[in-house]
Design a protein around this ligand. Structure first.
Ligand code: COA
Length: 256
């Protein structure tokens, strides 16, 4: 049986596929837990860009698995379901390489939150995008009221989350929910073209620029500030002197 979250790295492109087509790729706890290790594996690999999509032709992701979360206790809901989902989606949104999402069908609830993690969204013509959670009596809890607001704007999120608007491809494009619309079945090929564009550019400059854009958006400003400052400090002669002094049990001589 194939893994419900499948990672394949081919010629510098990491393909991450949400694969539970009989349930329209709804995410259960096990699938959510598989996302952080997959992101770490992508970052340890030679991949320069990642493409996220759903298995099959009907759905990108129809959200969190309703049976899974509705059977959780209130405590487990907050402590595990919401927290683990945030950890997974944060890892995706903060992936070192650009992330392209191919929305190949239903992109609902957690599916929209998943899509919001991407740097580029390509929608196939039959896409349906929305936030149905309040109609079920629950809130969009995997950053559907936070990252989605930062990335799509509060009014659009209000329309989807409070009024139940569901958007098709052309409307989603006009509203800025997606970046490109392609015919059904052509999303992966379009993503490969976008990925080739990323691979022509400097990987280091791309990674740094993505971090800066994320920081400007409030995505991860604390880590970005310390990561960039840490990299500058790590490249300095003074670090070498500090380490040598520690090992030689003597006071450090910093530029004196
Ligand atoms: N969680 C668990 N199972 C889900 C699911 C979800 N979020 N979304 C779809 N499924 C399952 C269905 O229960 C069904 O399973 P079954 O065949 O074992 O009965 C299967 O996926 C196919 O879905 P179905 O509803 O039969 O397809 P459809 O084409 O008639 O409708 C949707 C498609 C997306 C409109 C409908 O499945 C739906 O509304 N899903 C829930 C979306 C949602 O509210 N997401 C947010 C959850 S917090």
């Amino acid at each position: 049986m194939s893994e419900p979250v499948r990672l394949k790295i081919v010629e510098g492109v990491a393909w991450l596929t949400i694969s539970r087509p009989d349930k329209l790729n709804a995410l259960d706890g096990e699938m959510v837990d598989a996302i952080v290790p997959a992101c770490r594996e992508i970052e340890r690999s030679a991949a320069k860009v990642a493409i996220l999509t759903g298995e099959g032709e009907r759905s990108f992701c129809a959200g969190g698995d309703i049976d899974a979360w509705s059977n959780a206790s209130p405590e487990a809901f907050g402590r595990h379901w919401v927290r683990d989902g945030h950890a997974a989606f944060d890892a995706l949104a903060r992936l070192a390489v650009p992330l392209i999402a191919v929305l190949n069908g239903h992109t609902l609830g957690g599916g929209l939150e998943l899509a919001a993690c991407a740097d580029l969204r390509i929608a196939e013509a039959h896409v349906r995008i929305g936030q149905p959670e309040t109609g079920l009596g629950i809130i969009p809890g995997w950053s559907g009221t936070q990252r989605a607001v930062r990335r799509f704007g509060p009014q659009l999120v209000r329309r989807m989350a409070l009024f139940g608007h569901v958007y098709g491809a052309e409307e989603a494009l006009a509203l800025g929910l997606v970046d490109q619309v392609v015919a059904t079945g052509e999303g992966r090929a379009a993503a490969e073209i976008a990925a080739a564009g990323v691979m022509k550019r400097s990987a280091r400059a791309t990674e740094l620029t993505k971090m800066l854009i994320n920081a400007a958006e409030g995505e991860e400003s604390e880590r970005v500030v310390e990561a960039l400052a840490g990299a500058v400090a790590a490249a300095s002669d003074e670090l070498q002197e500090g380490l040598s002094a520690f090992r030689e049990r003597r006071p450090a001589r910093f530029g004196q």
